[in-house]
Design a protein around this ligand. Structure first.
Ligand SMILES: CC(C)(COP(=O)(O)OP(=O)(O)OC[C@H]1O[C@@H](n2cnc3c(N)ncnc32)[C@H](O)[C@@H]1OP(=O)(O)O)[C@@H](O)C(=O)NCCC(=O)NCCS
Length: 213
């Protein structure tokens, strides 16, 4: 828990991943920055909410969760939310991730609540770069995994997360229990170093985040 507490107190995450915050590929030049929700510009937050609605509303409506904007906004404005924002050199907002440092099933994890890319920014490696940054931050703050929740009827996201090395997490519910979502994860190298702690943590009370990504 102390790793999570420490990570949540960090006011500047950029030094942990500064080499990755500039991205150039296939005619896009992108600058990225990270801010806690409390420092995030209101207009940027509104864009992130709008993009999430544009990208995800239909997918939510066609599964057991349904689309509940109020609940999504509440989730996106949690006090512990961090935002990674990607902006093109010309100033247009292209992608973001909402993530948090949290305890999940007794393990310190970086939980990726959203990764959303504007249509014009897709298939240029930007989503992958965003995940690379989250993985670097997870490693730098001693989190064991980057973990996330994915809708099972979102084939492009499934292909994307698999291509980026994410696999079914052991905490993912059985299909009979919940068929519409699954938990995916990628271990940081810390996972290998802390196997013993991991076993101890199994006996801790399971508190599962399960955000509706
Ligand atoms: C899913 C998403 C985040 C991917 O972002 P992206 O920047 O387009 O992804 P990348 O360019 O980094 O893709 C990396 C690799 O993932 C795979 N991939 C990405 N999108 C894919 C798609 N639509 N179909 C199949 N494979 C895909 C490919 O292997 C790709 O490599 P390639 O382009 O060299 O073949 C983006 O499409 C998006 O925002 N979608 C809508 C919202 C969403 O579903 N978010 C995820 C759940 S919250």
């Amino acid at each position: 828990m102390s790793y999570v507490t420490l990570a949540n107190k960090l006011t500047d995450l950029a030094p942990l991943c500064k080499d990755l915050l500039v991205y150039q590929n296939k005619n896009i030049e992108v600058n990225m920055y990270i801010q806690k929700i409390t420092d995030l510009d209101k207009n940027i937050l509104q864009w992130a909410i709008d993009l999430t609605e544009r990208n995800m509303k239909k997918l939510y409506e066609t599964c057991a969760w349904g689309w509940n904007k109020e609940r999504k906004v509440e989730e996106m404005t949690d006090d512990n939310a961090f935002y990674l924002i990607a902006k093109s050199k010309s100033g247009s907002l292209l992608a973001f991730s909402h993530f948090r440092f949290d305890m999940d099933f007794g393990e310190p994890v970086l939980y990726c609540y959203e990764v959303q890319v504007e249509e014009e920014g897709r298939r240029r490696g930007l989503g992958q770069r965003v995940l690379n940054i989250l993985e670097t931050l997870a490693h730098g703050t001693s989190m064991r995994y980057v973990r996330l929740t994915a809708l099972t009827h979102n084939p492009s996201a499934a292909a994307f997360f698999r291509a980026c090395g994410y696999t079914l997490d052991e905490t993912s519910p059985a299909k009979e229990e919940a068929a519409h979502y699954e938990i995916l994860s990628k271990a940081t190298s810390e996972a290998d170093d802390q196997t013993q702690h991991c076993d101890l943590s199994k006996s801790m009370e399971a508190v599962h985040v399960t955000p509706q990504i």
